[in-house]
Every structure is written in C-alpha cells, then in structure tokens.
Design a protein around this ligand. Structure first.
Ligand code: G3H
Ligand code: 13P
Ligand code: ZN
Length: 311
C-alpha cells in the first residue's frame, strides 16, 4: 500500500467516535515499534516528523524508514510534518513525499496566521497533500521554543469558522489545556481540559476533524523506571487517559504523542543498562527500548484512541 492522506482516516474516525494516533518518529527503532504495534492491532497510523527530527535523522532517512514500514505492514499510513513553521519547510516536505503537513502559525496574529496557512494550503492541495492548521497557543516545549503557561492561550471558538473557511485547512489543532513535554501540570495541580471549548468548536465546525497536540499521559510507570535506574526526572504529570478517550469520542480525530514514546524508550534503555552495566552493543539496549515503544503504542491504540481494527 502507498502512503495515504488523512482524509479517509479522519472521516471514519469522526463517524466512529475514535481518534488516530500521530506518533513522532526520529529513528528506526521508534518507527519499527510503532508500526509493529499498529500492524498487530490493524490500526490506521500517522507517523509524524518534526523539524528537529528532520535535522537529526534527515529527510531521506525518515521517508525511507516510513516506506519500509509500509512494505512490512499492510496498513493505511500517513506521513505528516509536525509543527511546520514556514512555507518553505512545508513545501520541502510536500515535494519530498509527505502526504500531510501542519503549518503552525499559532504564534502569529490571526490575520498573519490565515495568510501563511492559506499559502501552504494552496500549494499542498495542488499536490494532493492535506494541511493541519492551529488556532490557540499551547504551553510547553517543542524543539527549542518554550511557551510559558502565561503566554499560552486557549482557542477562541468564535474564530474557528472564519479561520477554516478563509484558509481551506483540512483539520485544525486547538488549545484546550494540553501542553507539550512531560511537565504539563504543576505538582498538586488537578489536570483539566476545557471540554466546553471543544464542544463549542464542534458545534461551529460540524464534521470537521480536530487535533490535540501535547497529549501524552506521561505514564508514571516509565517515569518511575527511569528514576529507579539513575534518572532524575521531577514530578512529571500528563493528560489523564480518560480525558483523551473522551476527546477522541468527540470531534478529536488526531491525538499527538511524543513524550510518552521518549519516556518508554528511555526507561527501556536505563533498565537494561542497570542490569547489564558492561553492555555496549546498541542492539542489546535498543531491543527493550523498541519493545517498550511497541507495548506503549498498543496500549494507546486500545485504551486511548480506540482505533484498533479500524485499518
Ligand atoms: O510537539 C513537539 C514534538 O514533541 C516534537 O518535538 O520538536 O523536539 O522533535 P521536537
Ligand atoms: P507530547 O509532548 O505531549 O507528547 O506532545 C507531542 C506533540 O504534540 C507533537 O506535536
Ligand atoms: Zn505538537
């Protein structure tokens, strides 16, 4: 099967009350762990690449790794640019085989966000590629950009119809209280998402796929394993899985997960190195890391996304 866009996936997800997992990929073991999990559960998949991943692993390696996953498993897979911030970056991914791009103009004014997003949509649609836009600003860390909680802002539902109609985007990421990274809430703070905003957006944009970024749950088991094996993570708190499941049953069709993959991978490596301090063959410590990724993704597909057997 060739790479697909997200159009069909999102249509079915919206109607079926589930979401597709968009997992960030940076190297072979991550791609393999995710793809094996999705194949065993016959789940549609979005593999996404950030600018940082592209800088680290390079465009061609990542595209070929994702193409290798397609050869190994008969699944609908979309290859998506995560947080594209310029027209040039989006164009380079569209020209280079991606089937979906995000243009994240959320740091710009409403008018400038529309202008940039529209420019990307026009080019993408001419090339059969779909586009995710963003309205509202998430807190947290992506690449080297750190948005403080004070600078973050929820999506304003009254802006979404105009944004979607003037830009022509195919899906919209909104800010309802999720944030990037492992430290989403302060210790003692009760995790909360603004479901009222999601409901209002859903009313104003019927049948339109909504995206949630910053949706890792920061699974305590991995944090504990890391800290029990020489790590020093502080109180890391993520989005409760039942809230994500609720969002997936509403208009949210794409849920972005990266930090949980990082924690699962690091836990596997640290645990192995503690048990085998003399190990120096990367294949040895990357095997449990890959196994952890696979187990985590299977867990997400069944318990959070609800997209098992929807391929
Ligand atoms: O939203 C950001 C993703 O977690 C990607 O992170 O930019 O460090 O690759 P990165
Ligand atoms: P997390 O940091 O919560 O995994 O979010 C990832 C993300 O939004 C990628 O775009
Ligand atoms: Zn994100």
């Amino acid at each position: 099967m060739a790479l697909v866009t997200t159009t069909e996936m999102f249509k079915k997800a919206y109607e079926g009350g589930y979401a597709i997992g968009a997992f960030n990929v940076n190297n072979m073991e991550i791609v393999q762990g995710i793809a094996e999990a999705a194949a065993e559960l016959q789940a549609p998949l979005i593999l996404q690449v950030s600018a940082g991943a592209r800088k680290y692993a390079r465009h061609n390696y990542l595209v070929k790794l994702v193409e290798a996953a397609l050869l190994e498993c008969d699944l609908p897979i979309a290859l998506h640019l995560d947080h594209g911030d310029t027209f040039e970056l989006c164009k380079s991914c569209i020209d280079g085989g991606f089937t979906s791009v995000m243009i994240d103009g959320s740091k710009h004014s409403f008018e400038d966000n529309i202008k940039l997003t529209k420019q990307v949509v026009e080019y993408a649609h001419e090339h059969g590629v779909v586009v995710e836009g963003e309205l509202g600003k998430l807190a947290g860390i992506e690449d080297d950009v750190n948005v403080s909680a004070e600078d973050a802002s929820y999506t304003r539902p009254e802006e979404v119809e105009e944004f979607v109609s003037r830009t022509g985007v195919d899906s919209l990421a909104i800010a309802i209280g999720t944030s990037h990274g492992a430290y989403k809430f302060k210790p003692g703070q009760k995790p909360q998402l603004k479901f009222d905003i999601l409901e209002e957006v859903e009313k104003r944009l019927p049948n339109f796929p909504i995206v949630l970024h910053g949706a890792s749950s920061v699974i305590p088991e991995y944090v504990q394993t890391i800290n029990a094996n020489g790590g020093a993570l502080k109180d890391a708190i993520g989005i409760p899985e039942d809230m994500l499941r609720k969002a997936a049953s509403m208009a949210v069709c794409k849920i972005n997960i990266d930090s949980d993959l990082r924690l699962a991978m690091t836990a596997g490596i640290r645990e192995y190195m503690t048990a085998h301090p003399d190990a120096f063959d990367p294949r040895q410590y990357l095997t449990p890391a890959r196994d952890n990724i696979k187990a985590l993704v299977k867990h997400k597909i069944v318990n959070v996304l609800g997209c098992d057997h929807k391929a």
